[in-house]
Structures are given as C-alpha cells and as structure tokens.
Design a protein. Structure first.
Length: 270
C-alpha cells in the first residue's frame, strides 16, 4: 500500500515545499486541498496546471487527489453544484490526479439528501469517466458512515463515482472498521486517517497517540477477502489539519513519525 498525506492543514504552502517534504519523509503522493487560498485550485490556468503536474513528475510523486468542497446532498439547484464539480474534475485530470473529493453536505432530511446526492453524482460520474478520473464522496457530515455513503453509491451505480473513507467520521458514527470496509469495498478510492483523543474531541493527534482504531483499519485493508479484493485500495492518506487546529505541531516534525507508524501498522497486519 502506498502512503500520501494531505495539504488540507497547511494553507498556502508552496507546491515545491510540499513535494520536498513528501519526498524527504518517504511518502509516495499528496492529496491537494483545492481551495482558492491554496496554490492549487480550479482557478489555475492551463500553464499553471502544467507546471504543477511537471513538479510532481520531477519529484517522482503522485497527486493522489484534489479535495474540493461541492456539497452533493445540499438543497438547491443542481447546476451550480455540478459546475463546481466539473471544474474540480477538470483540475484533477489536468494534474494527472486519479481522484477528486466532494462532500455530502446535506441536512436533516435524509431522503432529500440521498435523492440530491444520487442525482448529482450520477451526472458527475459520467463527467469523471469521460475525463479518466473518479469523483469520491467522502464519509462526512450528513453521510458520515459507510452505510450512508454506500446507500447513495449503490443507487448511483456508476464506476466513475466512488467513496473516500474518512476513518474518523465512520468511527464517530459508531461503525466498526470491518463493517465500514465491507460496505464501502465496492466503491473505495482511498482511505484517509488521522488520530484524535476521543469522540468528543476531534483535535488531531499524531497517528498512534489517540483512540482511532488505526490497527483495525490496517488489518482490514491488508486482509481483504477474495470477494472484496476488486476494491483495489492502493492508498492510505494521512490528514494533517493545522488549518483548523492551530495548536497542532508543525508538519515537518510530524511527517517522518506519521509515515513510520502507518507503515508499521500495515507491516504488522500483513
């Protein structure tokens, strides 16, 4: 399994610095936060996109995905959401990233949220497939568990749409990692991990310092049954969130330990 980390928590860090840290720490790829405050976002022109793709190629690293903010289950018109998704998917294509992340969003009306997400993801999946990428619905907010995401994706029923398993949210939803994997295996793009102190305190800790079931996650990812092997999970991505939790230690100091801990869990599980 290959390891990536996310730039979600380091707003404005130049791409060359991100790639240097990744290479020096032994990571294989980077998940890019595609927000206007970041150096990589859908507003980049073609020349800028080509430069970023060339930087990744020169560093020998993979742009795992672009993490955007379209909210697929929200109320409102479809057109603005799909326009945002298309821009995100085109950015992923231009960078050579296999995935683009979207959020569920959504509100208290589960049926409405499901219907909105299914309708929009069906259209987004076609766009994604035409571009040679996949749109991934993260287990988050209104659809925080594997059961929630699988319910939507089974109705979408298109290979261009899949799931991004954020372990913190499924665990906080009281879902066991083995059950989450069973539900999401047909749809999984990649898995995102962090660590936290408790269900009530989501402030991130270094992997291994908190209570998230990372050992169990590593176990299910390395012993898939024959029926689940087609899920083809290749990437484990560590999410760093200093952007929202300024007390978190600086990224350079945490990267080597995060890599070593995750690799140790995978090796032990294997």
């Amino acid at each position: 399994m290959r390891l990536a980390f996310s730039t979600l928590g380091v707003p404005g860090m130049p791409v060359d610095e991100v790639l240097r840290l990744a290479a020096d720490s032994g990571f294989h790829g980077v998940e890019l936060r595609a927000h206007p405050e970041e150096p990589v976002h859908p507003g980049l022109d073609r020349a800028a996109r080509q430069r970023v793709a060339a930087q990744f190629a020169e560093a020998g690293l993979t742009p795992l995905g672009v993490a955007g903010y379209p909210r697929m289950a929200d109320s409102g018109e479809d057109a603005p959401v799909l326009e945002e998704v298309r821009a995100l998917l085109e950015l992923a294509h231009d960078l050579g990233a296999p995935y683009a992340r979207v959020f569920p969003g959504g509100g208290p009306d589960v049926a409405e949220g499901d219907a909105n997400a299914v309708r929009r993801l069906r259209q987004a999946a076609v766009i994604a497939a035409d571009l040679g990428v996949r749109v991934l619905l993260e287990t988050h907010d209104s659809h925080a568990t594997g059961a929630d995401a699988a319910r939507v994706l089974s109705a979408v029923d298109h290979p261009g749409a899949g799931a991004l398993w954020d372990v913190m949210h499924t665990w906080r939803g009281c879902e066991d990692p083995e059950e989450t994997y069973r539900l999401l295996a047909p749809y999984l793009g990649y898995v995102q991990v962090k660590d936290i102190a408790s269900r009530e305190d989501p402030a991130p800790l270094a992997p291994g310092e908190g209570v998230l079931p990372l050992t169990e996650v590593a176990d299910v990812l390395t012993r898939a049954t024959d029926a689940q092997a087609d899920a083809g999970v290749e990437w484990l991505c560590w999410e760093y969130e200093k952007r929202w939790f300024p007390e978190v230690r600086e990224l350079p100091a945490l990267l080597p330990g995060a890599r070593d801990h995750l690799l140790g869990l995978l090796a032990e599980a294997a």
